[in-house]
Design a protein around this ligand. Structure first.
Ligand code: SF4
Length: 323
């Protein structure tokens, strides 16, 4: 059975699963979900590492996707529900009827405020700072990273532009499989504030095993996207997920370094794999590196590719390398 109409066109079981996981749907293919760090910031005054690294404010961040579940890779380390987790394939998910960006932006802000309305009682009880709560109602940071491949949304440039017109910073995370869509962002002056390309595999063979693309030639598409990074004026970042016993060996370091050099990206984030969510069915907790190992791997990578360690967060097992 498929849910259709004003809401969206996903298989009903997937729709229910995502709703249960806290997704708030907007139109047919977009959604927002409260980030754990928004909650932590409001209730416990703790923030995500990006607040420390880049100065964004976790309580003002809206996490969203314009292409929920429309992934072109099925990465083994992904903690989110994938169609295959409930026996569905790409064909069951991808539809192609796209909503207008304005409707998505308005709908996201509306849903974001609905999510936050749950904190009113805590504001009244003095457990959440009222001024901070009011700030949170007006997001000024958008993380386009929740689920799916955002560059599949054909009006992404307009969507980014609309967020930026509303004085929001925009962090876009892509798997880099659609280089033409990325190129369009650069050409159309619709650059995000930070552009992340995710990288888990240092070579094609590993890519097929770790990222499980829907077509094998997506590795060459990813390479084309890496080649485009130097064209962007915004901060271009390669984000490597480090998996113990999988992609952290000395040969991996050398091959990753070649890819970084080739791309000319300004920064590199190395994030240790976390054994949570649906990834626990594909990997074990032994694949989760200690922060000390993430840091050592980062330093070796920095030395090999000409980047220096700029910031680190042991709690989130992440480092930032910069040119
Ligand atoms: S930047 Fe990412 S981790 Fe930080 S609050 Fe936003 S969605 Fe959450």
């Amino acid at each position: 059975m498929t849910v259709t109409g004003e809401l969206q066109t996903y298989p009903a079981e997937l729709y229910r699963l995502l709703k249960k996981q806290g997704y708030h749907w907007v139109g047919r293919h977009s959604a927002t979900k409260k980030c754990k760090w928004l909650h932590e910031s409001l209730v416990h005054n703790r923030s995500c590492y990006k607040e420390k690294f880049y100065g964004i404010r976790s309580h003002r961040c809206l996490q969203m996707s314009p292409a929920v579940l429309n992934c072109m890779t099925y990465c083994i380390h992904c903690w989110r529900a994938m169609p295959e987790d409930i026996g569905l394939s790409w064909e069951n998910i991808f539809h192609g009827g796209w909503d207008e960006p304005e409707k998505i932006v308005d709908g996201l802000v509306h849903e974001h405020r609905r999510i936050l309305s749950g904190y009113k009682a805590q504001v009244l009880a003095g457990k959440v700072d009222e001024a901070k709560y009011r700030e949170a109602l007006n997001p000024n940071q958008v993380a386009v990273s929740l689920s799916g491949e955002p560059t599949l949304y054909p009006k992404l440039a307009d969507l980014i532009r609309m967020f930026r017109e509303r004085d929001c910073t925009v962090f876009l995370v892509t798997s880099g499989v659609l280089p033409k869509a990325l190129e369009a962002l650069s050409d159309l002056s619709a650059e995000p504030t930070r552009l992340y390309v995710s990288l888990t595999a240092p070579n094609k063979e590993a890519y097929l095993k770790l990222n499980r693309p829907i077509q094998p030639d997506l590795w060459s598409s990813l390479l084309k996207s890496l080649d485009l990074l130097g064209k962007f004026k915004c901060s271009s970042v390669i984000r490597i997920t480090a998996l113990e016993d999988v992609n952290m060996g000395s040969k991996d370091v050398a091959q990753f370094a070649e890819l970084l050099t080739r791309s000319g990206c300004r920064e590199v984030e190395v994030k240790g794999y976390m054994h949570v969510g649906f990834s626990t069915t594909r990997l074990t907790d032994r694949n989760m590196p200690l922060f000390s190992d993430v840091k050592e791997f980062s330093e070796e990578l920095g030395d090999a590719a000409g980047y220096r360690l700029k910031a680190e967060s042991a709690e989130s097992r992440v480092t930032l390398l910069s040119k």
